[in-house]
Structure formats: C-alpha cells, structure tokens
Design a protein around this ligand. Structure first.
Ligand SMILES: [Zn+2]
Length: 129
C-alpha cells in the first residue's frame, strides 16, 4: 500500500507520496485529499482523536503497522511506541523521574504529556489502619 501524507502549500492541499515526496494530486480541502487517498487505497498517517496526522518529534509521519504497531513511511518499525489513550497521538518510551526522583520507564505522549505504562508500576499507597 502506498503511503502518503497531506500538506498545505500556498493555500492548496497536496497529497504527497511519503517515500518519493512527489505530489500525487492537489485539492481544495483536506477532506477531498483524504477521500482521494481512501479511494485509491493509499495509506494515510495515523490520525489523532482531533484529526491531526501524527508525527514523531522530528516531524516524520507515523503510519499504522501490520499488527497493532506503528511504522515510518519506509516500513521501519517504531519500537517502544504506544497509542496515547488521551489524545490519540503516539507516545514514546522514555525514562523519567517521579516525584521521589526514582527513575521509571514510561511511555510519554509528546503531544499532551500523558504518561502511561510505567515500570516499575506506581507503588500502591499502603492502607492506613
Ligand atoms: Zn496524548
């Protein structure tokens, strides 16, 4: 499946081949471009809950992989990535420090800052008798 992305240029919406960066076609609106991509079985990048196309921190578009994973346009698998349940962006594995300065490995959403699936898991507060 050809991977594509959509960009705006000089007031026009361009549908672009994600590998060659050739402009496939030009449209008046994003929804037209999306419709065209769907009709031609092109694969668009992952879309967040607000409809925004998801990129990594370097601005590379992220595509749905074959399973429940994510890939770059060239098929490179994104390891250590999870869908952010809050905004639909892709959260990346990161080592962070919690409030007690303990290092923890978590998935951090670069978009909304949501932190998920930390290891070790947060310690349960002991019940006070
Ligand atoms: Zn998020």
């Amino acid at each position: 499946m050809k991977r594509v992305y959509i960009r705006e240029k000089e007031g026009k919406i361009e549908l672009v081949d994600a590998l060659s960066h050739d402009v496939i076609s030009t449209f008046d609106s994003v929804s037209e471009a999306v419709g065209y991509a769907v009709k031609n079985h092109y694969q668009l990048p992952v879309q967040a809950f607000n409809g925004e196309f998801v990129t990594d921190k370097e601005g590379n578009y992220i595509y749905p992989g074959e399973k429940h994973d994510f890939e770059y346009a060239d098929g490179t698998l994104l390891e250590d990535a999870r869908l952010c349940p809050k905004c639909g962006w892709v959260a990346f594995w990161e080592e962070i420090c919690d409030e007690d300065k303990n290092p923890r490995e978590c998935y951090v959403c670069p978009k909304c800052g949501y932190v998920i699936e930390c290891t070790p898991p947060p310690e349960e507060t002991p019940a006070v008798d």
